[in-house]
Design a protein around this ligand. Structure first.
Ligand SMILES: NC(=O)C1=CN([C@@H]2O[C@H](COP(=O)(O)OP(=O)(O)OC[C@H]3O[C@@H](n4cnc5c(N)ncnc54)[C@H](O)[C@@H]3O)[C@@H](O)[C@H]2O)C=CC1
Ligand SMILES: O=C(O)CCC(=O)C(=O)O
Length: 424
């Protein structure tokens, strides 16, 4: 065992502390590979960059950006870029580590990486956002590239941000490199199906898990936290399968409606710049009441650290589908397990996005593009097969799906580490 990292404090509820605890729990299930586990407890490479930009009023502001490559044993780094005022190096480390586990869990030939800028993008004009994205891309250009590390969208980033990143990287190297990012607009080498892929993966794993625990989707009540890219797609697919969304929460507010929300109305208020608070139906409640809602399926699809032990004790659902990364703290996991609430963990549940990102990367290299039906069929198969293997592992060892996903993934990562050896 080596010394702990000096540059990061591990407060008990921080995302990095959560990740470390999840790694500790897998050690008894990975046999002789446990001797390599220390490699998972530190990022391979972490870059902090200064991002100075000229604001529209002529002043200059500096933002702090990060790109962390947690582990590259199985291939180039892969993972999204987050623009959020609470982004920290430590959070990005945890997000990059979950990418390492996630890509291995679904068998993609990638390592784990993540990036972010500590900024509230809603306070920037579109031109300021573009300048910031381009300067950040040039700064992390030292370590990204189609064969090295491939960013993608995450919270508050989208296809337009990816287009600016692709263009900036391409200008800097002197030729178009579509494969440097995924989640791009379709006519710039993006893939059909990528926008909805993460939510689709949440739905497919949720549907499989429901079938396995005998929960019928017909009339099942769903509560969703975070109605962005991931949460809104998952909600739509569950409604299409016969469920009703009885509670919704986003950064604007929380509403409940036992009759089920009309998601078309949500889309309309979102298009007008509003959120859940502006939905015309149901009843507005305080944010904390979200965790008491009577429901069958709970989908946290916003940020980390949402389900602590106290909230886990109040959750009424039979199943929690982690659309977000890191929404459940280890003590929340323990309570949910004791109470018999099934948790389908982030590292498999939300892996649909990176899976279609992989398809996008492959399509960019071959310059041959697939139909949306082909993409969805391949995505569904990968998710269903991966969940089946994880479920079997959980049954065999009598462990949670989270520890089982870590066991399947860590075996692949650490076997690669062992086979590659330590010395260049
Ligand atoms: N976009 C993707 O392909 C993937 C995203 N994820 C994860 O899913 C989660 C959501 O990501 P996206 O949907 O892409 O982001 P997004 O930016 O599209 O949406 C985020 C949603 O979270 C809500 N939110 C923010 N702060 C909140 C708070 N304090 N309380 C309640 N709601 C809050 C926002 O209002 C918004 O509805 C994140 O944890 C992300 O890392 C995971 C895999 C892939
Ligand atoms: O699509 C990707 O490459 C990464 C998506 C992501 O950031 C995630 O799965 O958390």
């Amino acid at each position: 065992m080596s010394t702990p990292l000096s540059f990061v404090g591990t407060a008990p509820h921080s995302p990095w502390a959560t990740y470390l605890s999840q790694v500790d729990r897998v050690v008894p299930y990975i046999g002789h590979l446990a001797k390599w586990v220390e490699t998972l407890k530190r990022p391979k490479r972490a870059l902090i960059v200064d991002v100075p930009i000229e604001m529209d009023d002529g002043s200059v502001r500096h933002f702090e950006g990060y790109r962390v490559q947690h582990n590259l044993s199985r291939g180039p780094g892969k993972g999204g870029i987050r623009f959020h005022p609470d982004v920290t190096l430590e959070e990005v480390m945890a997000l990059s580590a979950w990418m390492t586990v996630k890509t291995a869990a679904v068998g993609l030939p990638f390592g784990g990486a993540k990036g972010g800028i500590r900024v509230d993008p809603s306070q920037l004009s579109i031109k300021e956002l573009e300048r910031m994205t381009r300067r950040y891309t040039s700064e992390i250009g030292l370590i990204i590239g189609p064969q090295r590390d491939i960013p993608a969208p995450d919270v508050n980033t989208n296809a337009q941000v990816m287009a600016w990143m692709m263009d900036t990287y391409s200008m800097n190297i002197g030729s178009t490199a579509t494969g440097v990012v995924t989640g791009k607009p379709i006519h710039l080498g993006g893939s059909l199906g990528r926008v909805k892929a993460t939510g689709r993966g949440v739905f497919v794993t949720g549907r499989e898990a429901a079938r396995r625990i005998g929960l019928s989707l017909q009339g099942a009540r769903v509560a969703v936290q975070g109605l962005g890219n991931v949460g809104s797609t998952a909600a739509e697919l569950f409604v299409a399968a016969g469920c009703k969304v009885v509670a919704m929460q986003d950064h604007t507010g929380t509403r409940v409606n036992p009759k089920g929300f009309d998601l078309d109305k949500l889309r309309a208020v979102q298009s007008a710049g509003g959120g859940v608070a502006a939905h015309p139906d149901g009843e507005a409640v305080d944010a904390e009441s979200f965790w008491d809602v009577d429901c069958d399926i709970l989908i946290p699809a916003a940020l980390e650290g949402q389900i602590d032990a106290a909230r886990a004790n109040r959750i009424q659902a039979r199943m929690v589908l982690e659309g977000a990364n890191g929404p459940t703290l280890p003590e929340g996991d323990d309570v949910l397990r004791e109470r018999g609430v099934l948790v389908v963990p982030d590292v498999i549940c939300n892996a649909g996005g990176v899976t279609v990102s992989y398809f996008e990367w492959v399509q960019d290299f071959s310059s041959f593009f697939w139909t949306e039906d082909e993409i969805n069929a391949r995505l569904d198969k990968i998710m269903i097969d991966a969940l089946a293997q994880i479920w079997n592992t959980a049954d065999r060892h009598q462990i949670t799906l989270r520890t089982a996903t870590f066991a399947v993934a860590c075996e692949r990562i650490l076997m690669s580490r062992q086979e590659r050896g330590l010395y260049p």
